[in-house]
Design a protein around this ligand. Structure first.
Ligand SMILES: Cc1ncc(COP(=O)(O)O)c(C=O)c1O
Length: 442
């Protein structure tokens, strides 16, 4: 992008002044995005319709995406290391996905009837995830979790759902550190992620009333914190013992191996919720699992659970999803993408170590988050010392260098990101460390 002034022309003495300058520079360089945000405020609260996308002073407005790149309304190009919070696995214009969508468009939209594509997509997904015998589609991951949790309550005849502090399972399932005001009105029991003894105790304490334990096998929005195999195995055993369902939310993590993180850990949940990339970048969600649970949705049963949704089988999502799994995100592609992610995470961590700064990149495979703390992190509580100002400074410095990541430091690689892109990104992070070293935690 156009450089205004070298960022290190006047090195700032403290983090707050550095941030003030970084925000000022950002504001100066992105007047069209700022104007767009101002105008949007007239029609949307705070100019926003998706809370996670907001950050101060105003978010960039994007106008185009192609391959691994995004362009802002201000004409700057960014290499996209966010990959639409994991949904953009295929990049912005993968020819096979675009072709599938074009062909679907030619066939017409909105049949108001059963199509022939949904069973094909269902076959492709169930073949990848051995714990999923039967599957149903929704329009979002949030909806998938709504259905999975409601089904668990109806199947077990119990009311409580155990979730983890710091987890995010959708717009009505946010647990920053407690229940949130807009959450679905279930009776939630909150546990600490990766706390084996404490969680085991809670499950046993609530044995008679617990319908399900819901867990992301790696917290995505919660900071790319992986669960240990022992923790997941304990959850499997304890839920089985008390007759509760184990639900894996693999909306983000299903891409981390050909069979998701459940395959990596060899732990089979009763139900899995899915979403994001699995419809090629079109809107999507799904829940599926053991035949005995999912058969309850069979509409030929007199006691069938009712699950509707106008767009559950919409032709664009079905077509793009099939093309993606059939010919792009093959099991081999999954392995190689996640290897690239592991290499990038190691490169970033090596740079932090080499320069002696207390920062780290957590994650697994193609999904990771940069944190500004040297603490050992097993649960979101351990991130309380992560320096948010450092993360913000990194975010603005990467923007100035032409890289797009999440404001919270999350990165998810798309298939269009190359080794060379990763090397450039790691180089930009290393430049940040060198330039800002006096301001970083050591
Ligand atoms: C783990 C997890 N579950 C569920 C959701 C909700 O999915 P959606 O945004 O499609 O409703 C998300 C979204 O980020 C997620 O990360």
């Amino acid at each position: 992008m156009t450089q205004l002034a070298p960022r290190n022309a006047t090195p700032e003495d403290d983090l707050e002044s550095a941030l003030v300058s970084a925000r000022a520079r950002y504001t100066l360089e992105n007047p069209k995005s700022a104007a767009h945000q101002e105008a949007a405020k007239a029609y949307m609260p705070g100019g926003n319709t998706r809370s996670v996308l907001h950050y101060a002073p105003f978010p960039l407005a994007f106008v185009k995406g192609e391959g691994n790149s995004l362009w802002s309304a201000d004409g700057a190009r960014y290499t996209d290391f966010l990959g639409e919070y994991t949904a953009g696995l295929y990049g912005h214009s993968h020819p096979k996905i675009i072709q599938a969508i074009r062909e679907a468009l030619d066939g017409g939209l909105n049949f108001g009837g059963q199509g022939v594509k949904e069973a094909r997509l269902a076959a492709l997904i169930t073949a990848r995830f051995p714990s999923i015998d039967l599957i149903r589609f929704t329009n979002s991951g949030t909806e998938a979790n709504l259905m999975a949790m409601a089904a668990a309550k109806a199947i077990t005849g119990r009311k409580k759902i155990l979730v983890f502090r710091g987890a995010y399972h959708g717009g009505v399932f946010a647990f920053p550190f407690d229940d949130a005001p807009l959450n679905a009105p279930h009776e939630f029991v909150l546990a600490r992620y990766n706390d084996l003894d404490g969680t085991q105790r809670l499950i046993r304490d609530h044995a008679a009333t617990l319908a399900a334990v819901v867990i992301e096998p790696m917290l995505g929005a919660g900071g790319s914190i992986p669960a240990t195999q022992a923790f997941l195995a304990m959850l499997r055993q304890e839920t089985e013992n008390i007759g509760a369902l184990l639900i894996f939310d693999e909306v983000m993590t299903s891409r981390l191996s050909p069979g998701g993180l459940q395959a990596v850990h060899g732990v089979n949940p009763d139900l899995t919720s899915l979403g994001k990339y699995l419809a090629g970048g079109m809107s999507f969600g799904a829940f599926g699992g053991r035949r005995a649970c999912m058969e309850r949705f069979d509409p030929t049963r007199p006691d069938a659970f009712f699950h509707a949704g106008t767009f559950n089988n919409n032709v664009l999502s079905m077509a793009a999803g099939i093309a993606g799994l059939e010919s792009v995100f093959t099991p081999e592609a999954a392995v190689s993408l996640n290897r690239r992610g592991d290499a990038l995470r190691n490169a970033l961590n090596n740079a932090f170590t080499r320069h002696g700064v207390a920062m780290q990149t957590l994650g697994y495979g193609s999904l990771m988050t940069i944190h500004a703390t040297g603490n050992k992190v097993a649960s979101p509580e351990d991130l309380s010392t992560s320096n948010q100002a450092v993360k913000e400074l990194l975010f603005f410095d990467l923007i100035a260098d032409g890289f797009w990541i999440a404001r919270r430091g999350m990165i998810s690689l798309s298939l269009t990101i190359t080794d060379d892109d990763c090397a450039q990104f790691a180089g930009a992070v290393e430049s940040f460390i060198e330039r800002r070293i006096r301001l970083l935690p050591s």
